[in-house]
Design a protein. Structure first.
Length: 73
């Protein structure tokens, strides 16, 4: 899966406009990155990648690139 597709999935998950996120975007700078988005990311990982991931692992992510790396792991 391409980096662009992953970013599109994250933007859709957080209900952001297309082109809002970049790989180096800091998660704490995104108003929509909250506890609901974290749960949505867990669901996305399960649905799209068939992976179970813990919230504690996601909380270690600092940037969009970190989330994309989890998609690859």
């Amino acid at each position: 899966m391409t980096e662009t597709k992953k970013i599109e999935m994250l933007e859709e998950m957080m209900e952001l406009e297309a082109g809002t996120l970049k790989a180096d975007t800091v998660l704490s700078d995104i108003e929509e990155w909250d506890s609901i988005a974290l749960i949505s990311f867990i669901a996305l990982m399960d649905d799209e990648f068939d992976k179970v991931i813990k919230g504690s692992v996601i909380k270690q992510a600092k940037t969009v690139a970190d989330l994309m790396a989890l998609m690859e792991a």
